[in-house]
Design a protein around this ligand. Structure first.
Ligand SMILES: [Zn+2]
Length: 66
């Protein structure tokens, strides 16, 4: 089972693509160095497991017709 991680910047809302955890953390670190120099990297991350789709599809399927 592989999981993908998406990291979110705590300063400006920037998000990385779905990557493995190490690469995602590196991308976010690089983003902080470029866009927020001197700020300690923080923010948030999401986890997606194989076989699960991002939430937008679920919202689409739940649209009820009268
Ligand atoms: Zn940022």
């Amino acid at each position: 089972m592989t999981a993908k991680f998406r990291y979110r910047c705590g300063e400006c809302g920037h998000r990385t693509r779905w990557l493995d955890d190490r690469e995602g953390a590196q991308r976010l670190e690089r983003h902080y160095r470029r866009c927020h120099p001197g700020v300690e990297p923080g923010g948030d991350f999401e986890i997606r497991r194989d076989g699960q789709r991002p939430g937008c599809l679920g919202v689409f399927l739940r649209t009820d017709r009268p």
